[in-house]
Design a protein around this ligand. Structure first.
Ligand SMILES: [Zn+2]
Ligand SMILES: [Zn+2]
Length: 356
C-alpha cells in the first residue's frame, strides 16, 4: 500500500498539512535475522561477563585464603606489609616415623595423604581460632595472637587446645588410605614475632624471628605424639582464663650458646582442676570431655569449653570412678612407648623426605 507522504487540506483557518506514515509497521526481510543476532550477542556477552566475574571471585577467594584481610588492604594500597607482635604463640608439627618408601607409597600418594591430614587439621585450627601459616614439606604451622591480636594468655590457650586436639585426632582418628596410622610430634613457643608478606608475583604471608626458630627447635626435639612447650608458653598457660592445663617437666633442651632450656610436655586440658571422672561429674557427647558438676552448670551452652566442638548431649557419671582411671602407672606407659619409638631412624627419614 503506497500512500502520499503529505496531504494538504484547506480550511477556514488556513492550510493544514497532515503527515502520513505506515500505520501497521514495516518489516523488511532482514528484520528477524537482526533480532536473532542481537539476542545471541547479548547472551554471549552476559555469559562472558558471568565467567569473568566467577573467575574474579575464585581468585579473590584464593587470595583471601592465603593472606589476612588486613594484609590485602595494605597491598592494594601499595604498602609494604610488616607487623610486629610482642607476645604471640607459635606451633609446629611434623610427621614422625613415616617413610613413603617403606609403606610403598608414591610421592603423589604421600602428597594426597598429607593433603587429607592437613585439611582436617585446618578444620581444627579454624575451630580454635588460630591462624594456619603455611605448610612447608611435611611441617604444619599455626600462630595465635598475631594477625588478629588478642591477650597473650588467650592466644596461648587457643594454640595449646589446638595442639592437644590435633594430636588426639592423629592418634585416634586419622588413617592413611592404606590403613596406616600416622604419628606427629610438635613444639610450641611464645614470644615476639614479625609477620609480613614476602614476594610480589606470588605473595605469601609468613612469620620471622627467634620465637619461630625456637618453636621449630622444640618440635624437632619433641617426641612421638608429644607436645613440647617453652617456659614462656608454660607460664601463659598457667594463667589462661577458664581452663586448666596439665604439664610435666621435660629433661630440657640444649640451645646453641644458651645452655639447657627448661621445657614442658603439654599433657591435657580440663575446664578446671576438679574436672575428673568421679561420681557426679558429666561427660559431654560426642567429644567425651569430662566436666565437674560446677563447670557443667557454668558451661551449659552447646559448645565444649575444652575442644570447642558442638555438644549434642551430656550424661552424669553415677558410678564410682573405675580403678584404671585412678591408678595409672606412668612407668609402665613409658616402657610401652619406648618399645615403639626409634627416634634415630625417624629424623633421617624426615630429612630425606624433605629433600624429595
Ligand atoms: Zn571443673
Ligand atoms: Zn570437648
Amino acid at each position: 500500500m503506497v500512500l502520499p507522504l503529505f496531504h494538504h487540506h484547506e480550511s477556514l483557518h488556513g492550510i493544514w498539512q497532515n503527515r502520513v506514515g505506515i500505520v501497521e509497521g514495516w518489516e523488511p526481510e532482514w528484520w528477524s535475522g537482526a533480532v536473532a543476532s542481537v539476542i545471541i550477542v547479548a547472551l554471549l556477552l552476559s555469559f562472558l561477563t558471568a565467567l569473568t566475574l566467577m573467575k574474579g571471585q575464585l581468585h579473590r577467594t584464593l587470595v583471601h585464603k592465603m593472606l589476612p584481610p588486613k594484609a590485602i588492604q595494605k597491598i592494594t594500597r601499595g604498602q609494604t606489609v610488616i607487623e610486629k607482635y610482642n607476645l604471640a604463640t607459635v606451633f609446629y608439627a611434623d610427621l614422625v616415623g613415616f617413610s613413603g618408601s617403606k609403606n610403598s607409597m608414591t610421592p603423589v600418594q604421600v602428597m594426597n595423604m598429607l593433603n587429607d591430614l592437613y585439611t582436617q587439621l585446618d578444620v581444627i585450627a579454624k575451630r580454635h581460632g588460630v591462624y594456619k601459616v603455611e605448610t612447608v614439606g611435611n611441617r604444619y604451622m599455626v600462630v595465635g595472637g598475631a594477625v588478629n591480636p588478642e591477650s597473650a594468655r588467650v592466644a596461648a590457650k587457643r594454640v595449646a587446645l589446638f595442639a592437644i586436639d590435633a594430636t588426639n585426632y592423629v592418634d585416634n582418628i586419622f588413617l592413611t588410605t592404606n590403613g596406616d596410622k600416622l604419628y606427629i610430634r610438635s613444639g610450641i613457643a611464645s614470644g615476639s614475632v614479625v609477620a609480613g608478606v614476602v614476594g610480589t608475583s606470588s605473595p605469601h604471608y609468613t612469620f620471622f624471628g627467634d620465637t619461630i626458630d625456637y618453636a621449630s627447635r622444640l618440635e624437632k626435639t619433641s617426641k612421638k605424639m608429644k607436645i613440647q612447650v617453652s617456659e614462656v608458653t608454660y607460664r601463659l598457660l598457667q594463667d589462661a582464663p577458664a581452663i586448666s592445663f596439665e604439664l610435666s617437666k621435660t629433661d630440657g633442651v640444649e640451645v646453641k650458646g644458651k645452655g639447657n632450656h627448661v621445657t614442658w610436655w603439654l599433657e591435657k586440658a580440663t575446664s578446671c582442676k576438679e574436672c575428673q571422672l568421679v561420681k557426679g561429674s558429666f561427660i559431654l557427647d560426642p567429644c567425651g570431655h569430662v566436666l565437674c558438676a560446677k563447670c557443667n552448670s557454668t558451661h551449659n551452652l552447646n559448645v565444649c569449653p575444652i575442644c570447642r566442638s558442638k555438644v549434642s548431649g551430656r550424661s552424669e557419671w553415677t558410678q564410682d570412678a573405675p580403678t584404671k582411671f585412678l591408678d595409672i602407672d606412668d612407668a609402665s606407659f613409658d616402657v610401652m612407648e619406648a618399645g615403639e619409638v626409634d627416634d634415630s631412624t625417624v629424623s633421617e627419614v624426615s630429612k630425606s623426605e624433605r629433600g624429595m
